[in-house]
Write a protein that binds this ligand. Structure first.
Ligand code: HAM
Length: 427
């Protein structure tokens, strides 16, 4: 029994060489969230299956086909969370957080048993926000402004915003009737899945990728024409806010979203750079969900971003991982002192990422490891340096000879802008 065990299809390890990029994204996003007054919430990865059935909807792809559900040893029906909104709302009700507005964010793995392909995984990561207790449309606008700031902070451009309004329940019910009548008259031109959805969840037909169905959809009535005065006003105010903020958007009347809890505003940020899985961020308003899950009626809006998809858009080479410096020790005395010196340097220079060579070896082999570590500098400790309280400093990412600096002068020397123009990461 010595065969190798591999990770599950569609579930990926995040290896050390990629983790700097993940941390870069997470740090930037967290800074933006804090600038808008959001606080983090962490909920369990496993919830009772009923939670997702009642929130996402029984007749959705996620609940019907994609959840990892199981009975635990106590006989409870549980599921790995396929998204974060349901858990967040459950927790807010359970802990009595709804007596005042809440701006909450979360991050972590989500699980959907979809067919894996580029940008679509079975374990994927979201960073999401949920605002509970505000009716908008100002808060709808703020969440979109927040997303724009993420793209700025991450250096992403070329994302386009699509928005729509799904109306409130009675408006949607009226639309649903009109849409069903229309689709029914074109039943023969619909794909099989869409024919099934015609009776179970006709709005989802609008999401079909089938060319024949798409042609039918082109002539379908638009939900936006069924909005009442109030919902229309909400949507118009959001649009006016987006205009005033200089955010380009496209009103897509076919944007319906794959989860049932939405009403009024829905939106998606889409890139053309990732092929079919181009939606990097999606969300909207879900004013009925809190009540549906047993809480007092509370308006809400939120969105989630797919972290793997965003990472594909970030220039990985621009995010330097690895240590700032690698300490090489030559000779027995230096090798004995190296760890202690490294401790002193870390105390003197908080934030310095210093990797101290362990395991001995020749000068040449230590230097090779220093180079491979990705460090910007090698620090060289030998007998001379020990005797005169200095250290050898050699740049590793650009040409430059080794020079001796005193320990006092080291922080300044490491902070110098390099010839390559890069700023040291520890300062
Ligand atoms: P969602 O559209 O199902 O919405 O997912 C949000 C984002 O998660 C997608 O736009 C995509 O970037 C990413 N994503 C979804 N599935 C996968 C997958 N299999 N592999 C990789 N990335 C994926 C929600 O989950 C809602 N909870 C968003 C929300 C929050 N609405 C209101 N509040």
């Amino acid at each position: 029994m010595s065969g190798k065990i591999q990770a599950i299809r569609g579930m990926h390890d995040i290896l050390p060489e990629r983790s700097a990029l993940w941390q870069h994204l997470e740090d930037r996003v967290r800074n933006v969230l804090e600038a808008y007054g959001y606080r983090e919430m962490r909920t369990p990865l496993v919830e009772v299956t009923e939670l997702f059935k009642r929130s996402i909807g029984e007749v959705t792809d996620i609940v019907e086909k994609e959840m990892y559900s199981f009975e635990d040893r106590g006989g409870d029906q549980l599921s790995l969370r396929p998204e974060g909104t349901a858990s967040c709302v459950r927790a807010a009700i359970e802990h009595g957080l709804l007596d005042q507005p809440q701006r909450i964010w979360y991050r972590g793995p989500m699980f959907r048993r979809e067919r894996p392909q580029r940008g679509r995984y079975r374990q994927f990561h979201q960073i999401g926000v949920e605002v509970l207790g505000l009716t908008g449309p100002d808060i709808d606008l703020e969440t979109i402004l927040l997303t724009r700031r993420f793209w700025q902070a991450l250096g992403l451009d070329g994302l386009r915003l699509e928005i729509n309004s799904l109306g409130d329940a009675p408006e949607r019910a009226r639309y649903r009737g009109a849409l069903t009548d229309y689709l029914d008259t074109h039943r023969d031109a619909l794909d099989e899945d869409s024919r099934k959805r015609l009776t179970t969840n006709p709005l989802r037909v609008l999401d079909s990728k089938d060319p024949g169905t798409r042609a039918v959809i082109d002539g379908a009535p638009s939900l936006i024409d069924f909005l009442g005065e109030e919902t229309r006003g909400h949507f118009d105010q959001l649009c006016a806010g987006l205009d005033a903020a200089g955010i380009d958007y496209h009103v897509n009347p076919r944007l319906v979203r794959g989860l049932d809890y939405y009403n009024r505003t829905v939106f998606e940020w889409i890139t053309d750079a990732l092929g079919a899985q181009g939606t990097v961020c999606a969300g909207g308003r879900y004013d009925g969900l809190v009540e549906q899950l047993g809480g007092k009626a509370t308006p809400a809006v939120g969105f989630a971003m797919g972290v793997e998809r965003l990472l594909e858009l970030i220039d990985a080479d621009a995010v330097r991982g690895g240590p700032d410096a690698y300490l090489v020790a030559v000779g027995e005395r230096a090798q004995q002192q190296a760890l202690l010196l490294a401790e002193r340097l870390r105390e003197r220079m908080p934030g310095l990422r210093l990797l101290c060579h362990c395991g001995g070896g020749s000068f040449k082999s230590q230097f090779k490891k220093a180079d491979r570590s990705g460090a910007r500098w090698a620090l060289v400790l030998g007998d001379d340096e020990l005797d005169n309280g200095s250290i050898g400093l050699k740049p590793l990412r650009e040409a430059g000879a080794q020079r001796a600096v005193t320990l006092d002068a080291l922080p300044a020397a490491l902070s110098e802008t390099t010839a390559a123009g890069g700023e040291p990461t520890h300062s």
